[in-house]
Ligand binder design. Sequence first.
Ligand code: CTP
Ligand code: MG
Length: 223
Amino acid sequence: MVIPAAGQGKRMKAGINKQLLELGGQPVIVRTLKIFEQDEWCEGIIVVVSEAERERFHELFQAFQLKKVNALVIGGAERQHSVYNGLKVASSELVLIHDGARPFVTMEKIHELVNEANEHGAAVPAVPMKDTVKRVQQGFVKETVERSSLWAVQTPQAFRVSLILTAHERAKQEGYIGTDDASLVERIGQKVKIIEGDYRNIKLTTPDDLLFAEAILLSKGER
Ligand code: CTP
Ligand code: MG
């Protein structure tokens, strides 16, 4: 599996990589990795980090005795570049790509995704949009998008390695940058299976998300 963790976390405004922030006494990235450490289906973890933070992450993984991290790969300017660098060293048949900044994914969902990706080649979790979405231009509404068909997509996204590698290579050749990995598969005409995600599988993106994260920990009896 590939965990991109090479971002700068600009929207979090924490001054450090948001995945190094502590949540209930543990760095976010450690929480994320522990879920996969405990998953018997997970054979190995490739973590993608920035050159400047490589040593810091390496020391952290040793301190927390994480055993499945078998490669620390250097990321790129966009998330897509980081994921591609990780994918290039993946050796399994199936791969999960999961944001380092999503520490609340459950093992149940992971297994559901693996089963669906085995069957369909690509599977991603998504939740129905709760808010009405409008397209806005220069401060005014352009249009209201019909909500019933809108889903907010999360990670982990699960793929056959051959499929997602081809999709990334095509995107690279054609200069396309997508905001998730599934979009690269969609654009080469392959189907992506959607499974019902979990509203609690949040990505820590802005400071408010840290409040939600504390509430999720509380609900799990960890606070
Ligand atoms: N990521 C990455 N390489 C990049 C950009 C992002 O590996 N060049 C990773 C992040 O570390 C994160 C995940 O991709 O785990 C999702 O990205 P995002 O939430 O956008 O994180 P950041 O890019 O770090 O945050 P921001 O966009 O606010 O700067
Ligand atoms: Mg980003």
